[in-house]
Design a protein around this ligand. Structure first.
Ligand code: DGL
Length: 286
């Protein structure tokens, strides 16, 4: 569906073929690993008839501790893989890749590109009554300052308090979802946000929805917790409802496909935990 050549007129590396085949037109989702399956699951629930294709870059995860240049290169390759497999639009499920590379990908690829940050920001602004908004994410996401930038672009009075939580991804990947140590670390990470009395907290990382049950009581029940996976799924659903010309080109029916660049037992069990069913993950080299 995507034609891999320089399109001189748009300056973009990809352009859509004039007559995309219905066999190809899927919703493409990528992440640095399996955490982005929280987004895939939300999309499956929001758009159960649409067909999706997922890529998790397990061989090179985590992205959260990499440099912006490396994250951008990886995000570009992930997008190329999905387009070559027949994606018609892309969702960047990885907050880290979204915070660093989404603008660059939009310049390079002539397909609709959704990402998890913008819908979560919109929801946070709509939800917060005090304007005191907390964000938790990887170091790369927090260092990018993208949440502050996007929130303050729409709500200049808002006060954004961001907290990098680098230990949470490995804890989720180890399956330590209900361990004492995880609760202790969460308490420590959330303490400054509690002190700042945030009334809204954005889960700015694919893995954090899996810790939502632990996060909510520790940040306090009056703080609204925003799960970016649900927000991006709703955003895509609304977009397709108002863009029937795109929706009609997307493939409906058939089974979804999940690709990973490395296959480990831990990945299989996180995938199973996210979907609540055994998942068939296909290993590919990109
Ligand atoms: N997927 C990443 C994110 O949402 C977390 C894992 C990683 O660091 O690669 O930020």
């Amino acid at each position: 569906m995507a034609d891999k050549k320089n399109d001189a007129s748009s300056g973009r590396r990809y352009r859509l073929l004039a007559n995309p085949t219905s066999d190809n037109d899927m919703i493409g989702i990528f992440d640095s690993g399996v955490g982005g399956m929280t987004v895939a699951k939300a999309v499956e629930q929001a758009l159960p008839d649409h067909r999706l294709i997922y890529f998790g870059d397990l061989a090179r995860t985590p992205y959260g501790s990499k440099s912006p240049e490396t994250i951008t290169d990886y995000a570009r390759q992930d997008t190329e893989f999905l387009l070559a497999k027949g994606a018609r639009l892309i969702i960047i499920a990885c907050n880290t890749a979204a915070s660093i590379a989404s603008e660059q990908l939009r310049r390079e690829f002539d397909v609709p590109i959704f990402e998890v940050i913008t819908p979560a920001v919109d929801k946070a602004i709509a939800t917060s009554s005090s304007g005191r908004i907390g964000v938790i994410g990887t170091r790369a996401t927090v260092n990018s300052g993208v949440y502050e930038e996007k929130i303050r672009a729409q709500a200049s009075e808002a006060k954004v308090f961001s907290q990098p939580c680098p230990l949470l991804v490995p804890l989720v990947e180890e399956g330590w979802l209900d361990k004492r140590e995880t609760k202790m670390i969460l308490r420590r990470y959330l303490a400054p946000l509690k002190r700042h009395q945030v009334d809204t907290l954005v889960l700015g990382c694919t893995h954090y929805p899996l810790l939502k049950e632990l996060i909510q009581p520790r940040i306090g029940k009056r703080t609204k917790v925003i799960d970016s996976s649900r927000e991006v799924a709703d955003c895509l659903k609304n977009y397709l409802a108002t863009h029937p010309e795109l929706d009609s080109q997307l493939r409906h029916g058939g089974s979804n496909r999940y690709y990973v660049s490395d296959l480990t037992e831990a990945a299989g069990s996180i995938a199973r935990r996210i979907f609540g069913r055994p998942m068939e993950l296909h290993k590919v080299t990109i």
